[in-house]
Design a binder for this molecule. Structure first.
Ligand SMILES: [Mn+2]
Length: 290
């Protein structure tokens, strides 16, 4: 039986909101309860330059250099025969983990991306310049050479979204033009099994990486995330119970080789309500994968 091992990724350079880099520390005791800890990536960066080369994209060098450190750790964990579970950090975390899984398994990996956001802007279309809105494009290889990492790229046909609700036109156009499979947040409740089976029958790869953004859960049930989709206007996201069902099904029905959990912001978790919910999710991961 494979063993899940945690890699902490206190990453903050992909998103301007303070806090997600502290998630690993806040969750350390919970993580220790269920899993062994492999390592924590050193994300310290001496005096980083927000904008280099007149670019509008923020912190390219820190994000890419730290991602390469994570890449090595994830690759090593796969070599040993374990299941790396990466605890972010903002969602730029998955740049290193997905590219390591793709290289280790020579491209034979589907990414299931559970998120309200599409995170598929490229270096030309990003409105904010925050790299946590671009990681999938970096893994697909549709950004310029400053974002190069790994050899094997993610194929559009090997990307599946669960829980989408919030994206810009350039993103949904790319998704539609490339026939990327996605399920909106509002279609999931009550259809969990059907959706998972549909994804399962569409998969052509042997391995699956799950990238789980906690903002895929609605604000009412999980508010402590970097960028919540405003539920006053949108009422977006899955209920916590729906998200748990989805996670359980993914972990039980797919050949999961690696996984991230990202965007938890403990500074917004005043009563530790969300921390308790993360603990429930960790328990599901433990029970399903080991
Ligand atoms: Mn995300």
């Amino acid at each position: 039986m494979k063993k899940v091992e945690v890699i902490g990724m206190p990453m903050k350079y992909g998103c301007p909101v303070e806090g997600a880099d502290k998630a690993y520390d806040y969750l350390k005791n919970n993580l220790n309860k269920y899993f062994s800890i492999k390592s924590v990536i050193d994300t310290y960066y001496d005096n980083p330059n927000m904008y280099e080369d007149n670019t509008k994209i923020k912190y390219i060098a820190p994000v890419m250099n730290i991602s390469k450190k994570l890449y090595k750790e994830v690759y090593n964990s796969l070599e040993i025969g374990n299941i790396p579970f990466i605890v972010g950090g903002d969602h730029s975390t998955c740049i290193g983990s997905i590219s390591a899984a793709l290289d280790y398994y020579k491209g034979d990996v589907t990414v299931i991306y559970v998120d309200q956001h599409a995170d598929i802007h490229n270096d030309k279309t990003t409105p904010s310049g925050n790299i946590h809105g671009m990681p999938l494009s970096i893994c697909i290889g549709r950004c310029d050479s400053r974002f190069d990492i790994g050899n094997y790229k993610l194929k559009n046909s090997n990307l599946k979204y669960i829980g989408l609700s919030n994206y810009e036109k350039e993103e949904i156009d790319y998704i539609n033009e490339n026939n990327i499979m996605y399920f909106n947040d509002y279609e999931i409740e009550g259809n969990e099994e059907k959706i998972i089976d549909e994804i399962l029958s569409s998969i052509h790869t042997k391995y699956v990486h799950i990238s789980f953004d906690l903002d895929s859960i609605c604000d009412n049930d999980f508010h402590a995330v970097n960028v919540s989709v405003d539920n006053l206007y949108h009422n977006g996201g899955m209920k916590f119970n729906t998200a748990k069902k989805i996670l359980k099904l993914l972990l039980n029905k797919f050949n999961v080789c690696s996984m991230d959990m990202v965007e938890y912001n403990p500074l917004l978790d005043e009563n530790y309500e969300c921390k308790e919910k993360v603990d429930e999710l960790l328990n599901i991961i433990k029970e399903s994968l080991e």
